[in-house]
Ligand binder design. Sequence first.
Ligand code: UN1
Length: 493
Amino acid sequence: MIQAAKDAKAILDGFGLAAKGEGRASPVDGSIMPGLAECDAAGLEKAIAASARAFQTWRATPGPVRGELVRRFGEILRANKEPLGRLVTLESGKPLSEGLGEVQEMIDICDFAVGLSRQLYGLTIASERPDHHMREMWHPLGPVGIISAFNFPVAVWAWNAALALVCGDPVLWKPSEKTPLSAFAAEALLQKVIKDFEPAPEGLSALLIGGADIGEALVKDARVPLISATGSTRMGRAVGTAVAARFGRSLLELGGNAATIVTSSADLDLALRAIAFGAAGTSGQRCTTLRRLIVHADVYDRLVSRLKAAFASISIGDPREPGNLIGPLIDKQALDCMTRALASARAAGGTVTGGETVRDLYVRPAIAEMRAQTDIVREETFAPILYVMRYSTFDEAVALLRDVPQGLSSSIITRDLSEAERFLSAKGSDCGIANVNMGPSGAEIGGAFGGEKETGGGRESGSDAWKAYMRRQTQSINYGSTLPLAQGVKFDL
Ligand code: UN1
């Protein structure tokens, strides 16, 4: 296999992009990736000012015309799916099929947003006053700041950018410091489309490569009415507080700690496949990764022994090789977190199977059988560790599922309709995402994506998530010649 850094360099060359100096080590083989120039305070000021200027034009551009820009972006992504997906793989370490899947997710959200550009509907409301109309109008909001994480280095930005752009908002993107190259390439594709599209103003989109200081300055800037941030709960708490202090709006997608309940009637073959992808896929580095498996005592031994065998034989290695289902962790820090979490699980009385380092950043997924949902289980560790717990009553399983600070995703595997519906009811899963007969990860773009509690409450992507990117105006129109007041109030001069 060609060195990852050389591979990445060739892809950037193909995009006509010049790197600068040396960057980070690729998780794939440790080779030093190309570097990029960083944005400083002056660069950020310029970008925000340009974004605010671009908003003046873009908000007045008809929605379907804005949609045409996003349609063209989807087209250029289709044409560049292979190199961009590969770059994602080289930089994040996820298997190529997932790197390509990530670009597909970008294309999907573009298609969705194009349709949406003609459907930014408001309501009409019956007025209590004669000769009056009431309606809701959705207006563009302003520049949107997007902070994205390493694990989906381009797709989550695209969810935000595609919606923001059709909603009439410019975008300012601070990508993860761990995956700047994928961001650089994706932004370059969007810039190319913007350049060739006459109605798109300069400054409509900007990439802010840099560290936490750039993110902090962006978050505090009152010219940016919405900050959409994906990452850890710790980061989200800081962002949410800073944005609230200036009465800005934030859209947070933070820690997940997803759980799956496997009931006694479950199809165990299906369960095995769903659990393996959910827990070990993407090396456990999705927000939606399955981390807590809650298994009925009747099927526990059968399922867990099969899971151990599956995890022991799963192919781990260079994510560019089609046969490998698991690539490396993102960096040494992630590996250390995994090691520490496994030590805590053992200290709490857990029995750990797997979890050893195969080489460098490549680890075997671990199964930690726990007697209770201890502190380490309730914490999210961004690594392939599946904590397994046994239950005997359905209520006990749901109580375990809910008893964590996070609330992003969840699933149940059962053949029992009543159990499935109880899981989906108000007394069931308390997460933003609840699935039946599948794992908790790998959502489609059509639904609203996000979760409750420490996950942050934001909703991105499909359904009516677009409303977060616009401001709602209630309009009342009097087309008569009298001035009746609401609630029967009299004020006759
Ligand atoms: C994330 O991990 O932040 O549902 C996003 C999924 C993907 C997106 C994950 N479509 O797993």
